[in-house]
Each structure stands twice: as C-alpha cells, then as structure tokens.
Write a protein that binds this ligand. Sequence first.
Ligand code: F6P
Length: 474
Amino acid sequence: MTDVAHDLVIVANRLPVDRVIESDGTTTWRRSPGGLVSAIDPVMRAHDGVWIGWPGGTDQDLQPFEDDGLQLVPLSMTPEEIEEHYEGFSNGTLWPLYHDLVAKPEFHREWWDTYVKVNRRFAEKAAELAAKGATVWVHDYQLQLVPQFLRELRPDLRIGFYLHIPFPPGELFQQLPWRRQILEGLLGADLVGFQLPGAAQNFVRLVRQRVGHKTHRDLVYLPDGRTVRAAPFPISIDAAGFEDLARSDAVTKRAEAIREALGNPRKIFLGIDRLDYTKGIYARLRAFGELLRDGHLGVDDAVFVQVAVPSRERVEQYRLLRDEIDRLVGRLNGDLGRIGRPAISYLHTSYPREEMASLYRAADIMVVTPYRDGMNLVAKEYVACRIEDDGALVLSEFAGAADELRQAWLVNPYDMNGMKAALLEAYQAEPRELTKRMKAMRKQISQHDVKAWADSFMTELADDAHHSHSKTVR
Ligand code: F6P
C-alpha cells in the first residue's frame, strides 16, 4: 500500500485503533479513545484517504494495513519517545498549558527535543505517502511542528492543520520556552483551524507579536508571499448516525435494562469522560454528594452514573486523579448509599458506541462540567441520542460546546453552589421546559454535524489554493 501515492493524507498522533496484546499472546485492534478519532473516521471514509498515526505500544516495524475499510499506516514510537513526546511534552507540558493551567505544566528540554524528533518523523512519512499536489490534514497539539517540516520537504502540498483542544491566550502561551518554534511550526500550514473564534484570534495576535509577521483579521502574511488563514471550525459528531443507533431496538432495550439494573430510580444523572483532570469529574460528584447530604435528593430518587474512560495512565497527574476519584466515590457511597442503592455507580472502563447510546438514552440529566475543553463531543452525542426531545444537559461554560448549546443549564464548574443549583433545577424541570430546550439543541446539532465540519474545513483549504498567490502582501 505504501507504494501508492495518496490524494488525502491524515496525520494524527494516534491511529483510530490501538494494538492490544491479549493475555493469550494474540494481537487485536481496539478503537482508540477520544473525540478526535470519532470525528476523523467519517472524513477518511468519504475521501478514501490514508491515515498515519501511532498504534499505541512500542512495537517497531509494523506494516501498513487496512482496518474496517480504512487504510492505516502505523508509525512506531520507542519507549523513550512515548515517555518524552507523548507523556512528556504533549501531555505534561502542552495539555495543561493549553487548558488554562488546570494542572502545572512542566518544561523539560529533553521532552522538547524528542517532540521535535517525532514531529519530523511524522512529516517525513506524510511527504513519502502524499501524491503530487495532495492535501495533507495534520491534527492536534502533539504534531504542531509537522506543517513546517512537511512544507520544507514538499512545497507542492496543500497543508491543513486542526487543533482539537483550546489555544490559550498569550498570557499563558508565552510561558512556553519554545513558543516561537510552535508558532512557526503551525505557519507551515495553509489553513490553521481552531474550535472557537477566540482561539484563532489568540493565534493571530501571538504571531504578530512574537514572530513579527503582518496580519489582517484572520490572515497572516509571510515574507515569502504565502498567506496563512486562521479560522474557527467547531467540530461535531455524526448526529444522524447516533440518532439511528439510539432508535434501534437493541439500544432501546438496553436503555431499559440499564434503568432496571439501577433500580428504576426517578432520575439518572450521567457523566462520561476520559479520566482527565480537565473534565471536572471530582467537582461534579461532590456537588451531587452535597445535594444528597443536604436532603435535596435521595438515593431512592436519584443515582449518578459516572463512566471514567482510562487515559494516559502512566502520567503522574492522571494517576493522582484516579486515586482522588476512587476515594471520593468510596466516601460518598459509604456515607450516603444504602444496600442496593449506591449514590454513585462508578465504572472505570470504556464502552463501544452502542453502550454509550444506551446510557445516553437511559439518562435524564447529562452532566458535562470541564474546567476547560476544546469542544466536548459527549455533550453533543447526548443531545443527538435524545430522540424523544427530553432529558437535560448541564454544561460547563468553559466547554467549546457551550457556544452552540445555549439551551443547556450552563454552569461555572468552579462555583460549587452554582453547580448544585443547576443540577437541582435540571432535576426538577418540567417536561415542557425540557422539550423546548432539547428541541432547540437537537436542531443545532443536526444542522452542524461532523460532515459539515469536515466539508467546511476541506473546502476552505482547497479554496485558499485559488487565492493565496493573488493576495497582496503588506
Ligand atoms: O481530542 C484531544 C485528544 O488529546 C486527542 O488528540 C487524542 O487522540 C484524544 O484526546 C485521546 O487522548 P490520547 O490520544 O492521549 O489517549
């Protein structure tokens, strides 16, 4: 397959599947966690592209292969690269820095050196696989230098970059010792996409201040005559796909079985997140616990189902978080639960789409309370699955999704009393109120699905090709 040149190359840190070695020594592939994979999968299918990414683990020399109709090219990482590029610079430096310093970022020169090395290797692989004049779409914070390296190798390509996480304001970004290199890395692209308008503006302002290029609105003018556009493209989900799944008999039955297994409480609260400190899991469970303790809710009437998907388990901050949540859930259940009626039903696992859709259908109140989140696709998935126009969404103002889902109960996750009040209001809301809100949110999601997102990015990327040479450089 590598001998063929491709018109669309997707470059992301992860492949859509992870290589898993079972206990009997056999190898299987499992879908990777996170919103990025769910979003790009349909784009790949529509454009018949090839996807370069790390398959998880440390296996070397894996060959390109096809999985479920997708052409995949695994790029191996050594244990040292995983530690320094993935766990280190990507998730110990950039992740907390780009998420409002929810945790303290660490700055290590060795991590940076490995980040550069791994980015270069991704760029080389993309250069090798792309046909003449092909489109290469690079994804996310782990690969911000790829556009620049790739352009040096293949100036004929159209290069798009999309950041799935927030891009911070200058006050935070400027802490990064390698701030200029990152900005220059991104400027290798023709189009740099962000979730929200504010992120694109942060980027353009930083480029002007730190790199000294001329800018006008969403355009950056480079000395070599090239123009780079920075614009928002709020990501979404396969809304129709989720809706169909939610309507299926299997999901309908499974949703009933879930309610039954939970003892048919009056209302089910639900949280589904990667187990990440940005997601505000601790705060929301505490808020729910206080509502029980204060007597506003009782364990016969309400239960909180929290699914925490294992993530980045070798990174210290994530280990600490897991221990904290384990302790909190244990304490809340010990203090507030009764036999057969735990306050929190806690599941540290990941589920396939069907089970997620069943949980969304079973839940009356979806609770999404990140301290900062690029978008948050779980909020959108919940809305898409509420085929009866009921159910309530409690959503953090600091999730990108809050810009679109204005009819949610919007909360500040740092404000414990505000969060308690919103949970209670959503719990007590009249059916008419719920329907009015949910209908409006469902309309928004069905009109702005992942296909619309990908189409608008790809169209803009292709479009720029027409204009970039005719634009006046100032
Ligand atoms: O959407 C943000 C993101 O970091 C993706 O880049 C990533 O694939 C996903 O979350 C899951 O994280 P990880 O790849 O570290 O397991």
